[in-house]
Design a protein around this ligand. Sequence first.
Ligand code: NAP
Length: 321
Amino acid sequence: MSDINIPENTYDAIIVGGGPGGLTAGLYAARADMKVLLLEGNAQASQITMTDMIENYPGVSEISGFELNKTFKKQAVSFGLEIRPEQVDRINRKKSGDVEGWEVITDSDTYRTLSVIVSTGASWSSLGVPGEQEFVGRGISYCATCDAPFYRDREVAVIGGGDTAIQEALYLTKFASKVTVIHRRDRLRAAAILQQRAFANEKITFAWDSTVEKILGEDGVTGVKIKNVKEPGRHEEISVDGVFIFVGLVPNTDFIKEVVNLDNGGYIITDSDMKTSAGGVFACGDCISKSLRQVVTACGDGATAVHSALLHVDELKGQVY
Ligand code: NAP
């Protein structure tokens, strides 16, 4: 038995974020018998819960993002994970009894912990063109899964050429009569299988080498004005009732930017053990600097983060095996 004093209300780990990375961390931490709390903030708006279909999570042939995340949560809770719907405002270094730990301040409480695992994901980027903010909810959307049914038999545009844009364009064809994908280059970034499906889909057309200049409308969206980036002076107006914007991600790391090192895009820099620049703070999932953001990589990161957090906590408690 160690005689190091650590107050009883101190958690071993607090996980921030309730997506695949955070819930995997929660599952592993609970199974490792850590005293662990997961703070999920606005989990309903997380990326995975807005993904209509996932077909590349091994062992599960086809499932909605919402259902998959629900399964992760149920499994983690079954092993005793405590989850609270609180938004973390900031974390500060704080001693807990004899040991150096962290204070986690949320919108409604303050907690003590020996380690923090950040898994706050990333949010959709906005395009930043005139009309975009004005028509949010009146023709501008960042979630096809949420809003596609409003566009039954109507024409819509999708902006972007990545996995999200093409997957969501395909989903939109279940409702819309025509989907125009507006992309700034002449080739897509999306995975080959998504590209093949999009090219084979008669409802999808492409406006290549084009950027959006303006969203057009009065009470709601009526179209988009685009310009061709290869032919200066060539502008075009496309009539649509809805514009779905999928032009990448912004990491949700604002609350921690003073605590850990971030890369130029605002993603948290970790080593391969998911350690950040701050001792006792680990990170996993879409909020970290890495090359592949998938459910499966977030889960792997989450498991690694807990392994590292556990070693850190054991060291603080003087438990050396
Ligand atoms: P992304 O891969 O960063 O793609 C963003 C797309 O938007 C790119 O085509 C980019 O063009 C375009 N873009 C960026 N800024 C723009 C601007 N200002 N104006 C016009 N176009 C702009 O983002 P994502 O598609 O949301 O994917 C994010 C991550 O999630 C990726 O790692 C992706 O693989 C992953 N994801 C995976 C799946 C899946 O496996 N099924 C599904 C969804 C997302 P350029 O191509 O010219 O850069």
